[in-house]
Design a protein around this ligand. Structure first.
Ligand code: GLU
Length: 303
């Protein structure tokens, strides 16, 4: 069996350059392996942030960029029953407790979790998150395919939210179940999610699920190291469509070449404008070791 990779965008806006890097990285990694498969999953649990038109826009952009996904798309919103069952399994294995602390409150107190407080208190289930106590786990040493050995201190990560105060299953919890159910062997995503890896490994260990391998890609940031500006939140394919197909392909081809360059990949021969062809050629020469240890991609300053 070949490698199974996935791309799991949240439909909360258009596909931005950072997500395109994750899509390209995970696609090339899967497709460069014999019989490798690339799955597409829509992480649409966060109903407050999901935008109705966003999934269609992301899929159209991915198609225009030459991606294909022969397997059916999974949507987290259709898997609630599975998460409920898994929650019951988790409850039998590790302590779960209700917690009313906000992130801001914990940060102000310098705590990563509410050790010894909410665990003892009965919190109102209608107005509290459900947390899992992972403090019984051994310290974790993870081998990330790009960043090498990463140490995680369970004390810093002990009380992960599995179900939010508003009743929505937490991303950290759902992603672990989905990746296992989809048979994902390799999670390739931005290094902004590196910290989540500890929680996810902890939860998969607690649930007795197989853990995938991880490769965290450099995060796209502004020239000054700040988070990507909102004004740069869309990969530009639409203007190109208006101007005609060829122009669109060239524009997309330029973006794909930029991603490949930012990931340190070898330059492809000039004169190829078909996005599909670019991806396919890039998969034959994919070398993840060329961005090994790189944590950031800094964009040039906006004109
Ligand atoms: N849905 C998450 C996001 O868009 C990514 C999930 C993952 O790759 O683990 O940030």
């Amino acid at each position: 069996m070949g490698l199974v990779g996935r791309f799991a965008p949240s439909p909360t806006g258009d596909l931005h350059y950072g997500s395109l890097v994750a899509a390209v990285g995970s696609w090339l990694d899967a497709k460069s392996s014999p019989d490798g498969r690339w799955l597409l999953r829509i992480d649409d649990l966060d109903t407050a942030r999901v935008r109705a038109d966003s999934e269609a826009s992301i899929l159209a952009t991915l198609k225009a960029c030459g991606f294909d996904w022969p397997c059916p798309i999974w949507r987290q919103s259709t898997r609630l029953q599975r998460y409920h069952e898994s929650l019951e399994r988790l409850r039998q294995r590790i302590p779960l407790f209700r917690c009313q602390c906000s992130r801001r409150q914990l940060a102000a107190e310098g705590e990563a979790c509410c050790v010894g407080r909410c665990r003892q208190l009965p919190c109102d289930p209608r107005d509290s998150a459900l947390r899992a106590d992972l403090s019984g786990l051994d310290p974790m040493l993870i081998f990330d395919r790009s960043l090498g050995e990463v140490r995680f201190d369970p004390a810093r990560h002990s009380d992960v939210i599995v179900c939010r105060r508003d009743g929505v299953f937490a991303y950290q919890f759902a992603v672990v179940i989905d990746d296992a159910d989809q048979g994902v062997t390799d999670v390739v995503r931005g290094a902004d999610l590196l910290d989540s890896t500890a929680w996810q490994l902890g939860l998969s260990q607690a649930l007795g699920l197989p853990a995938p391998r991880y490769m965290h890609l450099p995060v796209v940031v502004e020239a000054d190291g700040q988070k990507l500006a909102k004004s740069r939140h869309s990969v530009c394919v639409r203007d190109g469509h208006v101007a005609g197909h060829r122009v669109a392909s060239e524009r997309i081809a330029t973006q794909l070449r930029r991603v490949l360059q930012d990931l340190g990949q070898r330059a492809l021969p000039a004169g190829i404008h078909d996005p599909r062809e670019i991806l396919q050629i890039a998969a034959t020469v994919w070398q993840p070791e060329r961005f090994k240890g790189k944590r950031e991609i800094r964009l040039p300053p906006q004109a």
